[in-house]
Design a protein around this ligand. Sequence first.
Ligand code: PEP
Ligand code: MG
Length: 875
Amino acid sequence: KKYVYLFQEGKASMRDLLGGKGANLAEMTQIGLPVPPGFTITTEACNEYYSNGEIFPAGIWEQVWPALAEVEAASGKLFGDKKNPLLVSVRSGAKFSMPGMMDTVLNLGLNDDTVEALAANTQNERFAWDCYRRFIQMFGDVVLEVEHYNFEQILESAKEKQGVRYDSELSAESLKWMVIEYKKKIERKTGKPFPMDPRAQLMEAVLAVFRSWNNDRANVYRKINGIPHEIGTAVNVQSMVFGNMGSDSGTGVAFTRNPSTGESALYGEYLMNAQGEDVVAGIRTPNPIATLAQENQEIYQQFVDFSKRLEAHYRDMQDIEFTIERGKLYMLQTRNGKRTASAAIRVAVELFHEGVITKEEAIMRIEPDQLEHLLHRRMDTDAKLQVLAKGLPASPGAASGRIVLSAEEAERLGNLGEKVILVRTETTPDDIRGILAAQGILTSRGGMTSHAAVVSRHMGKPAVCGCDALKIDYTQGLVVIEGVEYPHGTIMSIDGATGRVIKGEVSMVDPELSEGFKEFLGWADEISRLRVMANADSPTEASNARDFGAVGIGLTRTEHMFMDPERIPIVQDMILAQSLEDREDALAKLLPMQEEDFYGILKAMQGFPVTIRLLDPPLHEFLPHSEELVVDITKLRMSKADPGSLHDKESLLRNVRALSELNPMLGHRGCRLGVSFPEITVMQARAIFQASARLLKEGYDIHPEVMIPLIMGKEEFIMMRKLVDDTAAEVMSEQNVQIHYKVGTMIEVPRAALLADEIGKVADFFSFGTNDLTQMTMGLSRDDAQGKFLPIYLDKKLMKTDPFVVLDRDGVGKLIGIGVNLGRSTNPKLGLGICGEHGGEPNSVEFCHIVGLDYVSCSPFRVPIARLAAAQAAV
Ligand code: PEP
Ligand code: MG
């Protein structure tokens, strides 16, 4: 059996047998690059070593020695030679990278003779003896299992004797002394002298690498990362090359393109007469790679050629390590280079234009979530952060500012040009002005679909929600985190992408959308089948959404239009009206406002469909909290002034109490409101059609679609649809125009999904409201679960992901599948989409593609992410 492969015998596809590192070194050798010669002992040899009861497979050394002879020939050096000795590295390398978990030995082959040769060849006695003492230490520790502290003690006394503080100050003489002491120590500990024979050294080192496959660290690492135990590790034996053999030697690292901008130009640094460590250690300042051309034109040109070849071969930007030994260039390692999101896009786009990859490949190269970085301000990655607490990453982006605990304060300071973070237990429509004025929002309660989260995402404002560790004391005007008090006015920062709450100000990086980015997303649209629409509630959001490439609005939450502080009292009047007359008064005030809203949105989205959902207010979001009212009333009573307002407050409190529900999310909301108060539905329909009539007369191409929320079955839908159709007919005859519109429904209640065939007969479209559908299918409160017990479920691995973030394909997804199939079975023309928060989450978008929806709808800032995810689903 073949246990040993020279690098020129292997290739990239042999990772199972040669491990990742071995296969890569082989591949680089195969494409003709100057890789320091070497060979790989296979993972099979390692596995047989273990299955034989920790004995080397028979015949293995008969293969190693000839391979070593080839390495000697290729390098022009001999193992153990007194003039030009071959030194090798012995490294582990499993199929999957396990950084630092297994053992490595460098400079193997050094002994009392070859160290002298190394000193002569590098003309650097200190360096040679430092290599030697490090080798003995590494070998002693890793192979002979003499504990590290033994060597540390000797090192310390060497420094003491010479009177220096740092290792780097040790003289050649001190190092020589250390070598003697190290060897003595090893002999005392192991009962045997340190092996001087390089072949004996090699055999023991290979054994140590095999053994290290089974050490505790490696076992734990494999368990955590799901790497199977049976795959074993390979061992790579490779000749060492030295970048410090004089002024014609050197070492460096380079990317084939700029990893932060993606610009197509070599980017990296090097040092002459130095080793890799010197570049990393920062003792000497490396030079930019371009100046290598002045140093040695020929080598530079070679490096340029090699890196082009590597990039062409791997068809991606490479991160390369190289060494020059006495005027000869060696390539030590190459891998796909890590890069920023904007570099990733530029590299992918340019590789396509260079004919290296296809559009589909370019699309697959970018993680959709990476785009998030390009769309929002974010924290400077170099910034040092003092993280105080963590909440839910509710709306991406980052902000710094003074913390304020009320919307009024946020507005007041905001108007003075101060940057503020609005901190609340949770937000309500009353806070909207404060949210507008603030740089960011931080709440201690509420999940990813809470008011604060949804509103912030729509505005593109950073928010951290459900930050449990945060205790807010409104009366004292401070917040407490882990026992520490932070008065209002303290500067804090929030990172909505990770949920971190940070003390003090943090430096930020602004987003920018390049032409390449737009081109890239254009390809995504060519490839995808799903259309991407946006959830938008205002003309500004609609035009943002258009800029991000949305082809319509999949959800306008009309209750968000009622949140304007000017309207809140009218909305409250409408909700609290005790008679039809009172309600119609309030509605008459709201009608022109709503008409303007719809006019603006339809106009901003002209040419595309705009789905307007009828009012779906969880009523509690629109009414003052009864506790706050009680406080106000008590104050008024004590002051004994203003009996009028006392009376008003008291009757408000009575009404609030009468309307209060134990389960408002399962209560009087959605179409249930229209069923109870048809006049509200009629007002909204009238506003939609009057706005449409005006726009049509002005020549706009508009596509209004009316959506009925939260139905349980066809009966409610039929009743609501009739109100809408009748109103449309009225407005059309009054205005003498023909309006083309659709009426569809949300599927948010499991029963509606199960009866979708019945509903499909009477509806023009379905939009799956997966926020509520998840809540009701799983019986999880969308407002509370995330802050309370869901983390425990995730922790205990009862769930892989938060179902309010990543759609639960097994359960909720199954219902969607049923809804899609039943709906289409009775209405082949039925339009199908999703408008819950999942509509912008890549994994869920993929599911929407698979289940056969026509479109996804998500908040404007997630539109680019959804476009990319939709394309990836189609590739
Ligand atoms: C939903 O339930 O998924 C939905 C989009 O409606 P809302 O979040 O407004 O309840
Ligand atoms: Mg809903």
